[in-house]
Unconditional design. Structure first.
Length: 229
């Protein structure tokens, strides 16, 4: 999952980035509203963490301009007791809020819930065939046995699982599992896919040459039933 953090308090932004990266998120940080808006328009994020009081463009304006273009889930950060700020943010199209100072654990849990809801999956557990993904614990089991995935393998698998039965383009994959600081080679995704097939079953992920990948909705059926969710 790739998250954009728009926060002008540099220390707080750094702490949030570090904590989210430890939890397996790819994170970009913008320190003012203008560059935040540019990032949000340019990349495909799974969620935005948006401070409201920002230089150049404030959080409400950013949200207002973004909402006509993208429905990425947005979690706003507000000052304590600023009820009117919160209401204004939610009215402007924010999906959730946290009051500063907040606990990083709560931020992570709320972000995960937001991303799940936006993918139409309310439960933190995704199950199909004999595979079970616990998105809260970032743990995968196959036939009841734990499967060990690297951070990027997990990120790719979760992305495909949230959109199973749908074609996920390579561009979408790059946007969601890497951040701006990652230096990647284009064939790395193929390596992750090969590893996932090895660990989770050969027929699980279908390659559409030149287009992207589809996670089989029901691996036990041995064929793809596209369009089902
Ligand atoms: Ca601020």
């Amino acid at each position: 999952m790739r998250v954009l953090v728009v926060e002008d308090e540099v220390d707080l932004a750094r702490a949030v980035r570090q904590a989210l990266e430890e939890e397996g998120f790819s994170v970009d940080v913008a320190h003012d509203g203008e560059s935040g808006l540019w990032n949000a328009r340019t990349w495909e994020y799974d969620a935005l963490v948006l401070d409201l009081m920002l230089p150049r463009i404030d959080g409400w304006t950013l949200l207002d301009r973004l909402r006509g273009e993208k429905d990425v889930p947005v979690l706003i950060l507000t000052a304590r007791d600023a009820v009117s700020d919160r209401v204004r943010g939610l009215n402007a199209g924010a999906d959730d809020y946290l009051v500063k100072p907040f606990s990083i654990d709560e931020l992570v849990a709320r972000l995960r819930a937001l991303v799940r809801r936006s993918a139409g999956k309310a439960s933190p557990v995704l199950e199909f065939g004999d595979i079970r993904i616990d998105t809260a614990a970032r743990a995968v089991k196959r036939g009841g046995e734990p499967v060990h995935l690297s951070a990027k393998e997990y990120a790719l698998f979760e992305l495909l699982a949230l959109h199973r039965g749908e074609l996920v383009s390579r561009t979408t994959i790059y946007d969601h599992i890497y951040d701006e600081g990652d230096d990647t080679l284009s064939n790395v995704v193929d390596v992750y896919v090969a590893n996932l097939r090895k660990k989770l079953g050969k027929g699980l992920i279908e390659t559409r040459r030149g287009q992207g990948y589809i996670l089989c909705s029901d691996p036990s059926a041995g064929r793809f039933s596209s369009g089902t969710r």
